[in-house]
Design a protein around this ligand. Structure first.
Ligand SMILES: *Cc1c(COP(=O)(O)O)cnc(C)c1O
Length: 392
């Protein structure tokens, strides 16, 4: 059998290919236009113009004003900046509301806030049901006068489940509570129009959106009280010190522009491919099931459990066919722990261990989907033959 040359990349919730148009847009800022945007001379000033244009493009995709866009180094920095700003703005408030399924960027920050302050901070972590959905009544009951900020992701990176952040932001606003959403997985995949919403802070990351790694954005709604995380020069309207990562900022602007131009048609194509993949795998592989809500979900993500097999073993077999995806279990100290997201959803251990996240992008093709549907049944079957628990 001739070795297949091309990688089948279905791990786009981990990171994405930089779009060729984006590479083209950023190149001049790595080669000839290397000035510092803060400089007085025209050579640097021109670079400042490019940042301004990028800011406008990001704002346009989000339905925001350009003054509401602050460039950061990544999604993690944006998440931290928003939450720590709220904590510093309201030092007397000692309560945070979040969910049990947040990305580590939010999850671990909240845990640290509790522990390093000797539990002066109290964190409410909202439950999810078996489909990964929140209970709005539980959310409403969690909001108190002591709550400094709510931080709830727009879409989950593991399952793609979408939360009703518009409604939850409105409820927070009515109580005078700041609302942050980690929208790293949502931006470019579902429409977002911030001007009509009560969201105070929104985080996004370049590398989940076909821009390079190492650049992100924090949207700060006009009028929202804000305390910077990085103090330094006057960059980013004094909201984030540090000389701008110009090439990557320009790249992110171009990536947002591409997303805006093509979002509707591309995402409906991606969704068709995802649905074909999902239906194909569920139909041909016994004891397989979807993790996450069937419809309240990103168009590109399918998290599927194959019972009685280990996710990491599946990935190794997939790797032999150059198929890239992720598993919902991580090998920690020799024992396979299912992810906190699948555990919060109550996915049984026999299924959580064998969960695989397929996350597609505009660069996937129908041939690739067919290839994966063709290869997976034999992979799962051969692993199950090795399992003492499988009585197929
Ligand atoms: C990837 C991701 C992040 C972190 O973004 P980085 O730019 O890698 O720091 C945060 N939240 C979610 C939901 C993500 O998927």
């Amino acid at each position: 059998m001739a070795a297949q040359e091309k990688v089948v990349y279905m791990d786009n919730n981990a990171t994405t290919q930089v779009a060729p148009e984006v590479v083209t847009a950023m190149m001049p800022f790595l080669i000839e236009s290397y000035g510092n945007p803060s400089s007085m001379h025209t050579f640097g000033g021109q670079v400042g113009m490019a940042i301004k244009e990028a800011r406008e493009k990001v704002a346009a995709l989000l339905g925001a004003e350009q003054g509401e866009i602050t460039f950061t180094s990544c999604g993690t920095e944006s998440d931290s900046t928003a939450i720590l700003s709220a904590v510093r703005t309201f030092p007397e408030k000692r309560h945070l509301v979040t969910t049990r399924v947040e990305h580590p960027a939010v999850k671990n920050l909240c845990e640290n806030l509790e522990t390093i302050t000797g539990h002066k901070y109290r964190v409410t972590r909202l439950k999810v049901d078996g489909e990964g959905m929140l209970d709005i009544a539980e959310y409403e009951a969690a909001l108190t006068d002591d709550t400094a900020i709510v931080s709830i992701m727009w879409a989950n990176n593991e399952t793609g489940v979408i939360f009703p952040v518009e409604e939850m932001a409105r409820m927070a606003k009515q109580r005078g509570i700041l609302f942050h959403t980690d929208a790293v997985q949502a931006v470019g995949k579902i429409p977002i129009d911030l001007k009509s919403l009560d969201i105070d802070f929104l985080s996004l990351s370049g590398h989940k959106l076909h821009a390079p790694k190492g650049v992100g954005v924090l949207y700060i709604k006009r009028g929202t009280l804000f305390v910077p995380f990085l103090n330094g020069g006057h960059q980013e309207h004094g909201r984030r010190g540090g000389t701008e990562n110009v090439a990557s900022i320009v790249a992110l602007g171009r990536a947002c522009e591409l997303a805006q131009e093509k979002m509707v048609e591309e995402n409906s194509r991606v969704k068709k491919l995802r649905d074909k993949l999902e239906e194909g795998l569920l139909a041909t592989i016994p004891k397989s099931m979807l993790n996450g809500h069937k419809t309240e979900r990103l168009p590109n993500t399918a998290n599927i459990s194959f019972e009685y097999v280990e996710g990491e073993a599946i990935l190794l077999y997939m790797n032999q066919h150059k198929i890239c995806a992720s598993s919902g279990s991580a090998c920690t100290s020799g024992s396979l722990e299912p992810s906190h997201v699948l555990r919060a959803m109550g996915v049984p251990f026999t299924a959580a261990h064998g969960s695989i996240r397929f996350s597609l992008s505009v660069y996937n093709t129908e041939e690739e989907v067919d290839f994966v549907i063709e290869k997976m049944p034999a992979i799962i079957e051969s692993l199950r033959k090795l399992s003492p628990f499988w009585k197929g």
